[in-house]
Design a protein. Sequence first.
Length: 247
Amino acid sequence: MEVHRIAVISDTHGILRPEAVNVLKTCEVILHAGDFDNAGIWKDLKEIGPVYAVRGNVDKKWADDWPEELPNEKELSLYGFRIYMIHNRKQARKDLSGIDMVIFGHSHEYEESQKGETVYLNPGSCGQKRFNLPLTMMVLTLYPESHKFHTEKIDCNPAVPDIPAKKASLKSFGGFFGRKKSLPSAGKMHKLIQKIIKEVDAGKSVAEIAERNHLDTELAEQICRIYVTHPGVDVDGIMDRMERKDL
């Protein structure tokens, strides 16, 4: 019986963990749903095996050098299965008729769902750890003769935990959510940063922003500083830079 083992990853954000590499080496093809962060990760993956990929919201100037290999969206046929790839599911094209599966990322959260005849698969993130979300990837096993497939969620959390976030940041997060040393969900943090961006644009001071949002001043200052010193940065870009500083 013909069987093909496919690795599905996303949101590596500059980190190719050995836990993920060990699994990648057992697969025939690698699908990456964007947010590599840099060309080095993409090139390292190509040394392991064939890579089909799309660019993510943090893949800006460097990805412009390979527009055909790193488009915003990609459709491919793999062992008889029609696959559509996009980084952010919300930006997927409307007509997905005939597509067997949509591979996407962006949220850093593992997901398997179905709409009509199309299956939506998000492998989560196996690179930068986003707050309290686990590090995951997916192995997709294809059975062309029966046109069926099987998915497996792979845990990529390191055997030796990453260095935890600084105590000041943990205290700040806990203050915002009213729970001592409790980390927020990605969704809540996303909304908080969106609100702070609007307040910075409205001319509010760091002290005002901290008070209005019940935040520790250090956390409010960190978010504001990243926003004003990186022209054009979006909410995800701010979150990525905060995580790199704290991990």
